[in-house]
Design a protein around this ligand. Structure first.
Ligand code: NDP
Ligand code: MG
Length: 388
């Protein structure tokens, strides 16, 4: 690492990515200075992190938690609240880890890039919803996005072989791998019986509830197609999905000469998290190390787009552009929340999103206000459909 310790803001510190980022920071304590954290509801966990890492700037989602948090930390801390608080914290460190879930992560992405920071991005929803706006703030001097999402982190590494020209003309396509989720191979009839318990059993990754459900519907992979397109400036028609149940090949880049470069490791999110923090250095922890003395099978198959229509919805949103991806992501958040609250059957999640998308009217997405309006409209329509 460099001689000066980069400062880190970890926003979404209490979640799955947040917790694994803290594990990396514990091991690499001399390399980084954690200066700010934020979370939503888990106030006592936030306080415990603040005490352990001596963090003095903390964000919470709700004003009513400010006092409890201040009492729990027991030293003089600066508590900031809500989206404005996230904005402040995202401007306050050299590296900003956006590990917030859902559209709530938008202020982090926008503020970190506008302030010229390195954005270690797990929160795909903000990039997908705000892609045209993110493209503008990304040109701020110093601003850079390094993806934590394992597939995109793999592609980031595989693209090191490219001539690095805009739009990557030497790249034929990006190949996103997908585990296929817990329902891979299930028939439509069987999918009608899928329960919350079934949907929360991801075969290879342990993640937060929202992305686990998105993985079960393959909406996560659909969102990742949009994420890859926005991140790397490659049209979604050059992003393909390959089902790879072992989750060892994290994604691939196919070049125009037929060469395919892949990134392999055991599935362990600490690897992409550490990659994003340490770039251009790597840490010597061997988290993803594979043992080739043991036989290992790597298999690949096409996704079942009939049983999992979320993928086609995402490609359609990519073709429409503008606010369509924001609608897709917002409607999906509402449907997944309803499913997790036992108000919607698993089989109805994606049709709910599709019914919202049927009402989408083209909007080029010109401003943040425009995005907030589009997000609110998509959510209102989704709630309306759920009430019916
Ligand atoms: P979790 O649900 O485990 O954690 C979400 C985090 O966001 C928690 O710290 C939560 O705080 C915080 N949060 C929620 N709402 C707010 C808010 N309004 N203000 C501030 N903080 C808030 O999710 P994951 O860690 O699984 O996922 C986080 C992001 O990373 C998602 O966008 C996901 O798609 C992406 N991702 C995750 C992967 C994984 O392996 N988990 C892999 C690839 C991408 P609290 O708990 O205190 O309420
Ligand atoms: Mg992923």
């Amino acid at each position: 690492m460099s001689f000066t310790r980069p400062s880190v803001a970890l926003l979404g510190a209490t979640g799955s990515i947040g917790t694994q980022t803290l594990e990396v920071l514990r091991l690499e304590g001399d390399s980084f200075d954690l200066v700010a954290i934020a979370g939503g509801q888990h106030v006592s966990e936030l306080a415990a992190i603040a005490r352990e890492f001596h963090v003095l700037r903390i964000g919470v989602a709700h004003e009513c938690d400010r006092e409890a948090l201040t009492d729990l930390v027991d030293v003089d801390v600066d508590v900031v609240v809500g989206p404005a608080g996230l904005t402040q914290l995202a401007q306050s460190a050299d590296i900003v880890v956006n590990a917030v879930v859902g559209f709530a992560g938008l202020p982090v992405t926008m503020a970190a890039l506008a302030a010229g920071k390195r954005l270690a991005l797990a929160n795909k929803e903000s990039l997908i919803a705000a892609a045209p706006l993110v493209a503008n703030v990304r040109s701020t001097p110093g601003a850079t996005i390094v993806p934590i999402d394992s597939e995109h982190c793999a592609i980031h590494q595989c693209l090191a072989s490219s001539a690095q020209r805009a739009g990557y003309p030497d790249v034929k396509r990006l190949l996103l791998t997908a585990s296929g989720g817990p329902f891979r191979g299930w028939s439509k009839d069987r999918l009608a019986t899928a329960t919350k318990h079934d949907a929360l059993q991801h075969p290879t990754w342990k993640m937060g509830p929202k992305i686990t459900i998105d993985s079960s519907t393959l909406m996560n992979k659909g969102l990742e197609v949009l994420e890859a397109s926005a991140l790397f400036g490659v049209g979604a028609d050059r992003v393909d999905v390959v089902v790879h149940p072992q989750s060892i090949v994290h994604s691939m880049v196919e070049y125009v000469d037929g060469s395919i470069i892949a990134q392999l490791s055991r599935p362990d999110m600490r690897l992409p998290i550490a990659y994003c923090l340490g770039l251009p250095e790597r840490f010597d922890h061997g988290w993803g190390q594979l043992d080739f003395s043991q036989s290992m099978e790597l298999s690949f198959e096409a996704p079942d787009e009939e049983a999992f229509p979320a993928l086609a919805l995402a490609y359609a949103a990519a073709r429409r552009g503008g606010a369509a991806p924001a609608w897709l992501s917002a409607a999906n958040e509402v449907a997944v929340e309803a499913f997790l609250a036992d108000q919607l059957a698993w089989l109805e999640i994606v049709p709910t999103v599709a019914a919202v998308m049927d009402q989408y009217v083209d909007d080029p997405l010109s401003s943040l206000e425009d995005l907030m309006e589009n997000d609110a409209t998509a959510r209102r329509l989704a709630h309306g459909i759920l009430q019916k």
